[in-house]
Write a protein that binds this ligand. Structure first.
Ligand code: NAP
Length: 265
C-alpha cells in the first residue's frame, strides 16, 4: 500500500483526489492538509463519508507526524514552490498538479529531489485526452506551422494562461523548430493591449475565464484554404483522476524530476 497525503485536500481537485485515493485498493489515504476547513473530516468533504482523518494545517508538521510515501499537491500557484521544497526536504516523493511553476523552479526542484534521493512528478494536465491533444498538436505543427491556442477555464482559476496551454506551445514550438517549419509573421499593426493574446515561444494563447467551464483547449492550425482544429474538453474533474493515480503509483520509479504525464504512458 502506498500511503498518500493530499495537500489542498478540501479544494475542488484535492477533494476528488481524496476520494480517488480512498477508492483505490493499492493506495491508502493517510492525511489531508489545507489552510481552511481545519478539523473537518477529509472524507466527508470528499463525499465518501467520515474517514476519521481531519484536515490539518501545516504541511511540514503533517509530514513529520504522518510520514506518507507520496504527497499529492493541488493548492495554489503562489505556494507550490515552497510546498514542493518542504516535501522534498522531508525525503518524501511528490506528485504536483498545481500549476504556475516556472521552468527554472522545476529544474531547481528536480536538483533538490536528486540531492534528497526523492522523486517529484509535475503535470500541467493529468487527463489522458489532454496529453493526446498535445501529442497530436506536435505531429501537425511541422505541416501546418501557423497556429494559435484558445484555452477556456472556470472563472475561479488563478493563473493565465493555463499550464496546459504553455506546455502545448512549448511542444509545438520545439516540433516546428526540429522540422525547420516557420510560421507566417503576425501582420497586426495596431491593436488594443491584450487583443492578440499572450505569446509563449512566439505562439499566441488566448485565455477565456467563465463560470460553467471546467478545462478546455482548442489548438487552431491554419493552412491554405483549410484549417485544422484539435479540441479537448474536461467536463468533470474526474477526468484527471486516472492520471493522478497512475502518477502516485509510478512517481518513485524515476529519481529527480519527471515533467508531463506522457512519461508514464
Ligand atoms: P481550489 O479549489 O482553490 O483548491 C486549492 C485548495 O488548496 C484550497 O482549498 C486552498 O484553500 C488550499 N490551499 C491554498 N494554499 C494552501 C497552502 N499553502 N497549503 C495547503 N492548502 C492550501 O483550486 P483547484 O481548482 O483545486 O486547483 C488547484 C490547482 O490545481 C490550481 O493550480 C489549478 O490550476 C491546478 N489544476 C491542475 C490540473 C492538472 O491536471 N494538473 C487540473 C485542475 C486544476 P483556500 O480555499 O482557503 O485558498
Amino acid at each position: 500500500m502506498i500511503r498518500v497525503l493530499v495537500n489542498g485536500a478540501d479544494g475542488r481537485m484535492g477533494s476528488q483526489v481524496v476520494k480517488a485515493v480512498y477508492e483505490d485498493k493499492e493506495l491508502e489515504f493517510v492525511g489531508g492538509v489545507s489552510i481552511t476547513h481545519i478539523g473537518a473530516d477529509a472524507g466527508e468533504l470528499a463525499g465518501v463519508g467520515p474517514l476519521g482523518i481531519p484536515i490539518r494545517e501545516g504541511l511540514g508538521q503533517a509530514l513529520e507526524d504522518i510520514k506518507p510515501d507520496v504527497v499529492v499537491d493541488f493548492t495554489a500557484p503562489r505556494v507550490i514552490f515552497d510546498n514542493a521544497k518542504t516535501v522534498i526536504s522531508h525525503g518524501v516523493d511528490m506528485v504536483v498538479g498545481t500549476t504556475g511553476l516556472t521552468e527554472q523552479q522545476r529544474d531547481e526542484l528536480g536538483k533538490l529531489a536528486l540531492q534528497h534521493k526523492t522523486s517529484i512528478f509535475i503535470a500541467p494536465n493529468f487527463s489522458i485526452g489532454a496529453v493526446l491533444m498535445m501529442k497530436l498538436a506536435t505531429e501537425v505543427a511541422p505541416f501546418l506551422p501557423d497556429v494559435e491556442i484558445i484555452e477556456l477555464h472556470h472563472n475561479n482559476k488563478l493563473d493565465a494562461p493555463s499550464g496546459t496551454a504553455i506546455m502545448t506551445a512549448n511542444k509545438i514550438a520545439a516540433a516546428r523548430q526540429e522540422a525547420g517549419a516557420k510560421a507566417a509573421p503576425d501582420k497586426t499593426h495596431e491593436s488594443l493591449e491584450g487583443a492578440r493574446g499572450a505569446k509563449v515561444d512566439d505562439i499566441t494563447i488566448h485565455s477565456v475565464r467563465l463560470p460553467g467551464y471546467v478545462a478546455h483547449q482548442e489548438v487552431l492550425f491554419g493552412g491554405y484554404g483549410e484549417y485544422l482544429t484539435i479540441r479537448h474538453d474536461s467536463v468533470d474533474r474526474k477526468s484527471f483522476m486516472p492520471g493522478v493515480l497512475l502518477a502516485v503509483k509510478k512517481v518513485s520509479s524515476r529519481p529527480g524530476l519527471t515533467f508531463g504525464l506522457e512519461n508514464y504512458l
